[in-house]
Design a protein around this ligand. Structure first.
Ligand SMILES: Cc1cc2nc3c(=O)[nH]c(=O)nc-3n(C[C@H](O)[C@H](O)[C@H](O)COP(=O)(O)O)c2cc1C
Length: 248
């Protein structure tokens, strides 16, 4: 049987794709190794520039996961405390440097004007779901810290990309990551892609033999979703009309 040719397949695929949502609260149950292997195999069916597959994945679970999470939480706690401490807090942070990004520093820059409304809408929706008031910086920081607990996921995947292919390495990794997320979804698992964990590459490198020429792109939390209402949050999806560039 040839897959993907019938109208029924197409409808099913559309429904399946739209049913994938980011998971932000996981059960502690481990991901069975054979299922994880299948998901990674599925991830590798994505297209790739000259078939180079310019990416690698570091799989953190058990004690390694816990050590990385503990160091991330400690750094985030130092940063958030200092940033809330006014000018003196910021000066202290610059002196101690503990918690400042060691990789992907650019992600802490403000969003450009045209992208800001979408990001603000997501933030507002998420904080409303979490029950956190926008102006409550302490609670917001606490929720952000959940990124560094990988939202409770038993496994965190750290995605590394080859430096030489620049944006095309990130593009290839993105294609692979989406296949991975969809395969996980098909196995009843949830995922959360995490740019938040891309800023302290040195912590991950301490635990893994990352080959030369690779840099950290982001993480993916993977595990079984809990029943938390947080997982019922549905981020806005833009219309095709907003995607398509108008002809002159
Ligand atoms: C590269 C990338 C990085 C992301 N980083 C984070 C993150 O650090 N924390 C988080 O909670 N969600 C993160 N997300 C999830 C997005 O917020 C989410 O995909 C978006 O709001 C759309 O929602 P959906 O995945 O449920 O459709 C990231 C997504 C991508 C693709």
């Amino acid at each position: 049987m040839t897959l993907g040719n019938s109208k029924n397949d197409a409808k099913w695929v559309s429904e399946f794709l739209s049913s994938r949502r980011t998971t932000r609260d996981f059960l502690p149950d481990p991901v069975p190794q054979d299922i994880l292997n299948q998901i990674l195999t599925d991830a590798l069916t994505a297209p790739s520039w000259s078939n180079t597959r310019p990416f690698k994945v570091a799989i953190a679970s058990g004690e390694v996961r816990n050590r990385i999470s503990a160091e991330f939480l400690s750094r985030w706690s130092a940063v958030s405390k200092h940033l809330r401490g006014g000018i003196w807090g910021k000066i202290k942070l610059l002196i101690t440097r503990y918690g400042l990004p060691t990789s992907n520093r650019l992600i802490s820059k403000p969003y450009p004007k045209d992208l800001k409304p979408s990001a603000m809408r997501l933030g507002a929706g998420l904080y409303a779901t979490f029950g956190v008031a926008r102006e409550d910086r302490v609670q917001r920081d606490k929720w952000w810290a959940k990124n560094y607990e990988f939202y409770g996921a038993p496994t965190e995947l750290f995605i590394y990309i080859h430096k030489s292919l620049h944006i095309y390495a990130a593009s290839d990794a993105g294609l692979m990551m989406e296949n991975l997320a969809l395969s996980a979804h098909a196995h009843g698992l949830g995922t959360c892609m995490q740019g938040a964990v891309g800023i302290w590459d040195d912590v991950v490198r301490k635990e893994f033999e990352v080959p030369g020429g690779y840099r950290l792109l982001c993480g993916i939390a993977i595990g079984y979703p809990s029943e938390s209402p947080v997982n019922a949050f549905k981020a806005n999806r833009i219309d095709v009309s907003e995607l398509v560039i108008k002809a002159k």
